[in-house]
Design a protein around this ligand. Structure first.
Ligand SMILES: [Fe+2]
Length: 291
């Protein structure tokens, strides 16, 4: 299974698309009605959609797998009485077949098989490859982890005092849940080719007058390098690279395994603390529950 895309709604979606293509580095993947689709250089038809709406919201996070993997999640959702919808086709770049289910705090997860996969494009250090993780603020993170393990078939990788990291393949995490007093999209991370590409991105954001709210740095769990930003359309987005790959023998870390020395917030000790504007933005994109 792989994290494929996230589906967002926001006011002034055209301005968001302009920023995401001209500054962030995504590529136009077409438009259907009020929805614009954007892709990276990886082999997904799109990785982010932006739909015009009155307020910011996240309508779904989408995972792509084989027909058998998706049918397995659907069977477990049914057996667990999780709110879900029947299998259907989705008319979107890369075409897909799958279904939606609703998480415990209104998160909508889509599980699909891409039926018309697209070819990978040449690497470009100025463009994201694909999404690498999606992080949610949660009221009960362990209940969310339990759903991901039991119904999605995902595995817990690490727990820190604030976060639980979950993987859907060998990549250390594709989903993470933050202990919070709100349910919202915490941030989205875009995979870059390497550390050089992350640093080039940080410079490009400075050129675009988009504030770096955390980074550059290297995380503990996952060991990935990072730079976090609040883009003009709100929310928090991240350039990242070099995430660890783990196998079934990976020991699940606990909060005592992941403590920084006083004054540090990253492995290198170079990053400033998370800027308060980031914490506000982490609460802007709320889940659109199923009607
Ligand atoms: Fe992240």
């Amino acid at each position: 299974m792989r994290l494929r895309s996230v589906e967002l709604e926001m006011p002034q979606a055209d301005a968001a698309v302009k920023f995401l293509t001209e500054s962030w580095g995504l590529l136009d993947a077409g438009k259907r009605g009020a929805t614009s689709f954007l892709r990276g250089t990886g082999d997904h038809g799109y990785i982010l959609s932006a739909t015009e709406a009155a307020t910011p919201g996240i309508t779904s996070v989408t995972f792509s797998g084989s027909k058998e993997e998706v049918e397995g999640v659907a069977a477990r959702a049914k057996a667990s009485n999780v709110v879900h919808r029947p299998m259907r086709m989705f008319d979107e770049p890369g075409k897909s077949h799958g279904f939606l289910l609703q998480g415990l705090e209104g998160q909508i997860y889509r599980f699909i098989t891409e039926t018309e996969p697209v070819a990978r494009l040449p690497d470009d250090r100025n463009r994201p490859i694909q999404l690498t993780h999606s992080v949610f603020n949660t009221l009960d993170r362990e209940a969310c982890v339990s759903l991901a393990e039991k119904v999605f078939g995902f595995r817990i990788s690490d727990r820190t005092a604030a976060m639980s990291f979950v993987r859907c393949n060998q990549q250390h995490h594709a989903l993470a849940y933050v202990k919070s007093d709100a349910s919202s999209l915490n941030h989205l991370a875009f995979e870059m080719k390497d550390l050089e590409a992350v640093m080039l991105g940080i410079g490009r954001m400075r050129d675009s007058k988009v504030p770096l709210v955390w980074g550059p740095g290297r995380h503990g769990p996952g060991n990935n390098v990072f730079g976090y930003f609040v883009p003009p359309f709100g929310g928090v987005i991240e350039y990242t690279s070099e995430i660890n790959l783990v196998d079934d023998n990976y020991p699940v870390g606990s909060p005592t395994d992941w403590k920084w020395p006083p004054g540090r917030t990253d492995h290198w000790g170079v990053s400033m603390p998370n800027h308060p504007s980031g914490e506000i933005a982490e609460r802007q994109y709320l889940f659109r529950t199923m009607a």
